[in-house]
Ligand binder design. Sequence first.
Ligand code: ATP
Ligand code: MG
Length: 405
Amino acid sequence: MRLSKSFVKTLREAPKDELARNGALLSRAGYIHKEMAGVYDYLPLGLRVIENIKKIIREELNALGCEEVLMSSLQNPEPWEKTGRFSDQEVDIWFKTELSSGGALGLAPTHEEPMVNMLKSYISSYKDLPLYVYQFQTKFRNELRAKSGLMRGREFLMKDLYSFHASEEDLDKFYAEVEKAYARIFEKLGLGNDTYETFASGGIFAKYSHEYQTVLPVGEDTIYYNSDHSVVLNKEVYNDEVLEDLGVKGAEFAETTAAEVGNIFKLKFKYSEPLGLKFSSENNEMKTVYMGCYGIGVSRVMGVIAEKFADDKGLVWPEAVAPFKYYLVGIGENGMHEAEKWYKEHEDLVLFDDRDVRPGEKFADAELLGIPYRVVISDKTLAEESAEVTDRRTGEPRLIKLTEI
Ligand code: ATP
Ligand code: MG
């Protein structure tokens, strides 16, 4: 991508009402544009980050045999009325509207009910099970406090996976597979070191659910961990009874703040029962389908990564999610000429700062944008047939042969 051809510009000031560092930095660097509290547009670079996050998740889920769909955002109240969730506030508060033709509809806060309802058309026999269906979808929630930038949107992007099984053993087996896939996903996203699977309350259908919590000073959640991090708990289950149940009563626990980047639930019959999702077994008995659900907050992950790695100069992206690997600057006539050539050979990986501005301005923007490697080509580097390659994380410059970068 050529910066000179893009409408995106870095801004000196973040929006006045932007209190979160991730929101402020991402706005200034031109990744997002704020519409209002908790509502953002994704600009070309921001969209590339989102797509990279999705790609990492998609690869892992597809490897488990999951199938991707895209369900509607406008939701029919009917299935939600059967579970009692259209009128209550178990899910965060709905955006709803009355239809001029009578009746109402809601903007998707999540998709359990429509997903189960849809699959009633496709599941009838044990032969149809198991199956695993997921999507990347926009959710709408009238969050009370949307002051955390991308970390708490009123409109946000979620990956939601739902699994359907003939038996509890099969659900347990798949759940364990997802746990492993999630560990790989957060590792690949660059969050592996600081993201823990935590015990969380399970509701009435399972003893515990699990959350994926990334340690973060501005995280909204509080978690407790023992010395080797082998047991990590959410606040709501941090009590003697649970510690005893997990065999760690008496161990020392420390407290920290964290952001919930994902969660997984054994739903069992929670939605399949009231919505009547059944299958006929091998002995021709009608049985209720076992279910699990597995979320990842895609846009929250982007906010968490921005928040977690940023320094006083700007954003710092892990390579796997960065919109581009290289930020290219040519200095002087020869430098520009060679930069052009190098850009054309590696277009997919390079954000080329070919604007007509001072090198100092380009360097400052390179740091604000947080692209992993800055590549500078000038007369000085060309004397060695090289470019100066600077790692954004360490600030270390190295001279590398142009053919070897
Ligand atoms: P929270 O406790 O943070 O409100 P939740 O329990 O409501 O989260 P779920 O409904 O289970 O979250 O959604 C799945 C995932 O979607 C969460 O783990 C989180 O990463 C993300 N998420 C939830 N609410 C938001 C939001 N308002 N903005 C951005 N991401 C969100
Ligand atoms: Mg919530």
